[in-house]
Design a protein around this ligand. Structure first.
Ligand code: NAD
Length: 453
């Protein structure tokens, strides 16, 4: 089936209205969960081949989160689908007003390679719950996971309901020639701009889940041991190939030696020797591996830096010159560069001078600094005294701001993202107040001003 026929078939299927019923949506969510459970072993194998990820890490950072999302949508489906009555102003009397959550129609989900299962299926769960048909385009850089995604989808759903298209730039470009009713894109700001430009030609609404340089600050009064451990966790899970990984660190100048020591202890605790540990993930491709090595080539590496067979040790780099590439582009690997600061204002100003990040982390015991950070730092999400954890809370909206994207998903936000909130006014016919009709006399206006003031 070519892409045009596919898009047409999904449109026709959507217009049968079957995907909109409660029973259909519920069954689809349950079927997806059953299919994932059935294919768990194949999923573990695929992620091992694509990213050398252990089964345990795959469960914690991908599968488990998808199950959580499915459970949330199942639990709230009936209530979310309800037509909600809202107030009606006196000026519209007599009438009733409602908000009707309408599925957009056919949704296109474009996924990246770094959490290739999670970032294809998590938005899918929201799109199903909201009653849409879906086309998923997984990343070509994680081909084994793309295959298992295709297998799960094709054996669970009719292709006019949910389907998978495999391929890279060429396939995505030609897929985008079709009119979709909504596009959900996760990837880089560079490609995000291309997707948005294409979507603008057909005025297709979209969500852009992008990346960028997410900062972390460690203040003088922080619990340093825990800060080092939790930063090491955020930077080594998936070998740092995480959109919300702490990209760089701003640390009070008095803390550096102790921080380096605690960071190295945490790495030893997690992996002993990362390059020899089969549970320490690899870098996705030779190109990305070479890019990461070139980022640290002329930098002041003070911990780690060794590499082997597409794996790179967790690496700490002390930054002297902020203009080098490592402080300009998103790192997306297990390298943590750090800068020192003297005053908290200095650290906050550094972050504010750069693009708005997807996440921002602050390690401190100070309530006052937390308040300043919340008020002054614009970021997709903030975590105090840890990294990544806001992603795992289904009750929080997840997404970027500015250069890190727009639109939100997870839990309630997902249902809303994939639904159009349609306004309905039901005017009653038992009474027809003449006041609003022409001619609008001065006398009528006097009354109108009494209710519309
Ligand atoms: P990418 O932008 O290179 O690719 C994403 C998807 O777009 C892939 O499916 C790819 O095939 C497709 N694509 C690539 N070039 C295209 C083009 N010219 N036209 C149409 N489609 C194209 O991103 P990536 O390398 O897969 O992922 C890494 C980026 O994604 C990082 O910037 C990271 O921060 C970001 N990311 C964001 C989130 C989030 O939730 N906000 C999550 C994961 C990754």
């Amino acid at each position: 089936m070519n892409y045009k026929t596919l898009a047409q078939a999904q449109k026709e299927y959507f217009s049968t209205n079957i995907t909109k019923t409660y029973g259909f949506r519920r069954e689809a969510l349950l079927n997806l969960k059953r299919a994932l459970k059935l294919h768990e072993e194949e999923i573990y194998r695929a992620l091992k081949l694509d990213l050398a990820k252990s089964a345990e890490e795959t469960y914690v950072t991908e599968l488990g989160l998808i199950y959580q999302e499915i459970n949330f949508q199942l639990k709230h489906l009936k209530r979310n689908m309800k037509i909600k009555r809202v107030k009606t102003p006196l000026a519209l009397f007599p009438a009733k007003s409602y908000v009707y959550q309408e599925p957009y129609g056919n949704v296109l989900i474009i996924a990246p390679w770094n959490y290739p299962l999670l970032l294809a299926f998590n938005p899918l769960v929201g799109a199903i719950a909201a009653g849409n048909t879906v086309t998923i385009k997984p990343s070509e850089l994680s081909p084994h996971t793309a295959q298992i995604i295709q297998k799960i989808i094709s054996t669970t759903f009719a292709k006019e309901y949910i389907t998978t298209v495999l391929g890279g730039v060429a396939e995505t470009t030609s897929l985008l020639q079709n009119k979709f009713d909504y596009i959900f894109f996760t990837g880089s700001p560079r490609v995000g701009k291309i997707i948005m430009e294409t979507a603008s030609k057909t005025l297709t609404p979209l969500t852009l889940e992008l990346g960028g340089k997410s900062p972390a600050i460690v203040t003088k009064d922080a619990n340093l041991k825990l800060a080092a451990k939790r930063l090491a966790y955020g930077k080594t899970i998936n070998a740092g190939q995480t959109c919300i990984a702490p990209d760089y660190l701003l640390i009070h100048q008095s803390l550096v030696p102790e921080f380096v020591s605690e960071f190295s202890k945490a790495i030893k605790l997690f992996y002993e020797d990362p390059l020899e540990n089969e549970n320490y993930p690899q870098i996705i491709s030779q190109d990305h591996y070479k890019r990461l090595l070139s980022l640290i080539k002329d930098e002041n590496v003070i911990f780690g830096g060794k590499n082997k067979a597409q794996k790179l040790e967790p690496t700490l780099v002390q930054i002297k010159d902020q203009t080098t590439l490592i402080m300009q582009e998103e790192i997306f690997g297990p390298i943590l560069p750090f800068l020192t600061y003297e005053t908290i204002s200095e650290a906050l100003n550094y972050i504010k001078a750069n693009e708005k990040p997807l996440a921002a982390y602050l390690f401190t015991e100070s309530k006052r600094i937390k308040e300043r950070f919340s008020a002054e730092i614009s970021a997709g999400g903030i975590v105090f005294n840890d990294t990544l954890m806001h992603f795992a809370n289904t009750y929080l909206p997840f997404g970027g701001v500015g250069n890190s994207g727009f639109g939100k998903y997870h839990g309630q936000a997902s249902f809303q993202t994939f639904s159009h909130a349609k306004a309905i006014v039901d005017r009653k016919t038992y009474l027809d107040i003449k006041l609003r009709y022409h001619p609008l006399t001065k006398k009528k206006l006097k009354y109108i001003k009494k209710v519309m003031k």
